[in-house]
Design a protein around this ligand. Structure first.
Ligand code: BGC
Length: 463
C-alpha cells in the first residue's frame, strides 16, 4: 500500500469519525435523563405524569427534528445541518444545567430532542454519501458504536454524580462533547452528492478526489451521481408519482419499526426494573446489571463493524433476530417459572445480555445502514426523513406503553410478545430486506427504479 493510499484512508476514517460524533451526542442525551430524573423530580416536586413528560419530550423533539431535517439538509446540506444540531446541543445542555423551573427544563429537552432528531437524520446520511462502498457499512456502524458509547458514558457519569445528587452537572457536562462536535463539523467536507445535486460540480470533484483512492474512481462516481440525478421529480412529488420510490419508503418505515419493536429501548430504559423482576432486588445489583448491559451494547457493536461488509447485511440481521427472539422467549420463561435460585437469576441476566448482543451486532447499526442506502438520490432526503421520524415515534410509543403492557399481559407474556415480534422479523428480513454489501448507491437505486423485488435491489445484475 503506498503512502498516498494510506493517507487517503486515514482522511476518510477521520472524516467518518468526526461525522459519527453526532451519534455520541444522540446516546448521551437519550441516556442521561434516566439517572438525573429522580433528583430533578425532588428539586421541582414533580408528579409521575410530569416526570414522564420530562422524559418523553426529548423523543417528541427528535421526531420533529427528523421531520424538519429533510428540508434543512436539502437546502443547506448535510454538513450545515450537523452544525446546526451541534449548536442546539450546546444551547440545550447549558439550558438544562441552569434551568430554574421545570418549564425551562422541558423546553431545553425539546431543543436537545430537535438536535438529536437532526443528527440522527444527517449523520448516517452524510456517512453513507462520503464513504467508499467497500467500507460504507462499517463507517455507518461507527455512528451506532458512538450511540452506544454515549449511552454507556451517560450511565456511568450519572452513577458517579448521583452520589452528590448533582443532576445539573449530569445534564450540563454534555456541553463538552457538543463543543467537540461543533469544531469537528467545521472541518468536514460537504457531501459530494449534495454538491452535485446543487450543480456545484467543481467542488464535488475536489471533495471526491480527496476521499477516493484514484482520480479515476472519483470521476466514475461523479458520473454515476449525475446519472442518478436525471430523474427529475423529488421528494413528495416522486413519492406520489413513482411506485418504486414508494416501495423503498415503505421498506425504510418497516425497517425502523422493526428496530424499535425488537424491544431494545424497553431493555435499556427499564433495565433496573427488569433486573428487579428477574430477582435482583437491591439498587446496587440493578445498577451494576445496567452498567454491564450498556458495556455489552458497546462491545457487541464491534462485531457488527467487523462483519457487516464481509458477511453482508442479510445474514447479520437474520442471525441478530434469531438471537433476540430466542433470548426473549427464554427470559419470558424464567419470569414465568419464578425460580428463586441464584442460578436462575444469573440465567435471566445472561438472557438480557444475549439479547443486547443480538441487537448491537445486527439491528442496532444495520437498520441505520440500510435506511441510508436504499433511497434513490432524488428522494433520499424525503425517504430518510420518513424513516428517521418513524424511529422516534415508535421509540416514544413503545417506551410509553411498556408499563401498561406489563400490567395487562404480565411480565412473562410481555417478553414472549417481544419474542414473537422478533421471530416475525426473521421472516420479514428473509423476504424483503436487500443485501447491499459492496454495491454502489447508484446501482442499488437503478435496480430499485427498474422495479426489481426489494430483496434483490442490492444484487448485481447478473445475479
Ligand atoms: C436505536 C436507539 C437505541 C440505541 C441503542 C439505536 O440504533 O435507534 O433507539 O437506543 O440504538 O444502542
Amino acid at each position: 500500500m503506498n503512502i498516498n493510499t494510506t493517507s487517503k484512508k486515514r482522511t476518510i476514517i477521520t472524516i467518518c469519525v468526526l461525522g459519527a460524533v453526532a451519534g455520541l451526542l444522540f446516546g448521551l442525551d437519550t441516556g442521561v435523563m434516566s439517572g438525573a430524573l429522580q433528583f430533578v423530580a425532588k428539586e421541582f416536586y414533580l408528579s409521575d405524569a410530569m416526570q414522564e413528560r420530562v422524559m418523553s419530550t426529548l423523543m417528541l423533539g427528535a421526531a420533529l427534528g427528523a421531520v424538519v431535517s429533510g428540508w434543512l439538509s436539502y437546502y443547506i446540506g448535510r454538513k450545515y445541518s450537523l452544525l446546526i444540531a451541534s449548536i442546539l446541543f450546546i444551547i440545550g445542555s447549558l439550558l438544562c444545567a441552569f434551568s430554574s423551573s421545570v418549564e425551562t427544563l422541558i423546553s431545553a429537552r425539546i431543543l436537545l430532542g430537535l438536535a438529536v432528531g437532526v443528527a440522527s437524520y444527517a449523520a448516517p446520511l452524510y456517512l453513507s454519501e462520503i464513504s467508499p462502498e467497500q467500507i460504507r457499512g462499517s463507517m455507518i456502524s461507527l455512528y451506532q458504536l458512538l450511540i452506544t458509547v454515549g449511552l454507556f458514558t451517560a450511565f456511568v457519569s450519572d452513577t458517579l454524580l448521583s452520589y452528590y445528587g448533582a443532576w445539573r452537572w449530569m445534564l450540563g457536562i454534555v456541553v463538552i462533547p457538543a463543543l467537540f462536535l461543533f469544531l469537528g463539523v467545521l472541518v468536514l467536507p460537504r457531501s459530494p452528492r449534495w454538491l452535485i445535486s446543487k450543480g456545484r460540480d467543481q467542488e464535488a470533484k475536489h471533495v471526491l478526489q480527496k476521499i477516493r483512492m484514484t482520480n479515476e474512481e472519483a470521476h466514475v462516481e461523479l458520473e454515476n451521481i449525475h446519472e442518478s440525478l436525471k430523474i427529475k421529480q423529488s421528494g413528495w412529488k416522486l413519492f406520489k408519482e413513482n411506485s418504486n420510490f414508494r416501495r423503498s419508503v415503505a421498506l425504510g418505515i418497516l425497517l425502523q419499526v422493526m428496530q424499535q419493536c425488537t424491544g431494545i429501548n424497553i431493555v435499556l430504559y427499564y433495565a433496573p426494573k427488569i433486573l428487579g423482576m428477574a430477582g435482583f432486588s437491591t439498587t446496587a445489583e440493578q445498577m451494576w446489571g445496567s452498567v454491564i448491559i450498556s458495556i455489552i451494547n458497546v462491545l457487541a457493536t464491534f462485531i457488527a463493524i467487523g462483519i457487516v461488509d464481509r458477511w453482508g447485511r442479510r445474514p447479520t440481521l437474520l442471525l441478530g433476530f434469531i438471537v433476540m427472539s430466542s433470548s426473549m422467549y427464554l427470559l419470558g420463561l424464567m419470569l414465568h417459572l419464578h425460580i428463586e435460585t441464584i442460578w436462575a437469576h444469573c440465567f435471566s441476566i445472561l438472557m438480557l445480555l444475549v439479547f443486547i448482543t443480538g441487537f448491537a451486532m445486527s439491528a442496532g447499526p444495520l437498520i441505520w445502514v440500510l435506511c441510508s442506502e436504499i433511497q434513490p438520490l432524488k428522494g433520499r432526503d424525503f425517504g430518510i426523513t420518513i424513516s428517521t421520524t418513524t424511529n422516534w415515534l415508535s421509540n416514544m410509543i413503545l417506551a410509553a406503553t411498556f408499563l401498561s403492557l406489563l400490567d395487562i399481559l404480565g411480565a412473562a407474556n410481555t417478553f414472549w410478545f417481544y419474542g414473537i415480534l422478533n421471530s416475525f422479523f426473521i421472516a420479514f428480513t428473509w423476504f424483503f430486506v436487500p443485501e447491499t454489501k459492496g454495491m454502489s448507491l447508484e446501482k442499488i437505486e437503478s435496480n430499485l427504479m427498474k422495479g426489481r423485488q426489494l430483496r434483490d435491489i442490492g444484487w448485481p445484475m447478473s445475479h
